[in-house]
Write a new protein. Sequence first.
Length: 333
Amino acid sequence: MVKVAIIGGGFMGTTHAKGYKNIGVEIVAIADIDKKAKEDFVKTYNCKGFDSAEEMLKEIYNDIDYVDVCIPTYQHEEMVLLATKYNKHVLSEKPFALTLESVDNMLSATEKAKSIFMIGQVLHFWPEYAKIKEWVEQGIFGEIKLATAVRLGQHPISEWYGDPKKSGGGIYDLHVHDIDFLCYLFGDVDEVYATGKKGKNDSWNFVDSVLRFKNGINATAQAAFGITDNYPFSMNLRIVGDKATAEFSFSAGFNLEDIASSKNSLILYRNGMPPYQEPPSIRDPYEIEVEYFSKCVEENKQPEIVKPKDVKKSIAAILGLIKSLETGKVVKI
């Protein structure tokens, strides 16, 4: 049985833990500075609890196969490097990091420690997004003319999200999902342009982006990190080609916490054929994600579906978009 220790028992840490419980991965320990979060987690998952990741790994590193990092973005580098200090494999939540320097430090440390390493870009595992990726690779769309992604959500409650030095703001925490997935679909970005408005604490929380890929495909993406109260968390992806068009629409509750009552549909429209509706997915995408990584650890192989060096390119695109927002100019990547 694969064994994991989780750093961070908040929303994402508990989301991963639910997945582990369902797939039979043993949760050995949790580290969280929040006493109540730690105690609740220990009670729910019958594991050891620690106040710090350092304390946890020092005591139980021989009892685990990997570390799952589910804490604020600005702490990712510190925790990934700590895990590699103990020669552990690492799954770290998105966004990868706030700077390319930090990204490179993590890549270097995990390579040196020979760690199996993955960033939790969950859209790669979201069944409807994965199906669109499959259709793109099969050439179903023919020549792709347009690609549009939208993501709208209320601003998270946790205080650190409001500090751009800690979260990067909406362009990092929310927009990165779609920028990364568009890169996953279409490859390297040539240049970017963005317009937007700042929200809380000088963060770029409302963004419209244009990406031109080196293969000639153009794509647009929109994010709102702080939409009107009671507006459901929503996401959309539309691919338009000369042979087919696909559209995925998803509407949930407050920032995915009401995912069980979500409404979603993926429809493929092909010339000369009736529309095809993909059956709605049943499994939690986060469960699929952690199952994939745990199998990589079990089989001692690096992930193929999410490669950290590819995610680095997504962070470079985000940084280019921020530069475009600040200068009003097209930015080469």
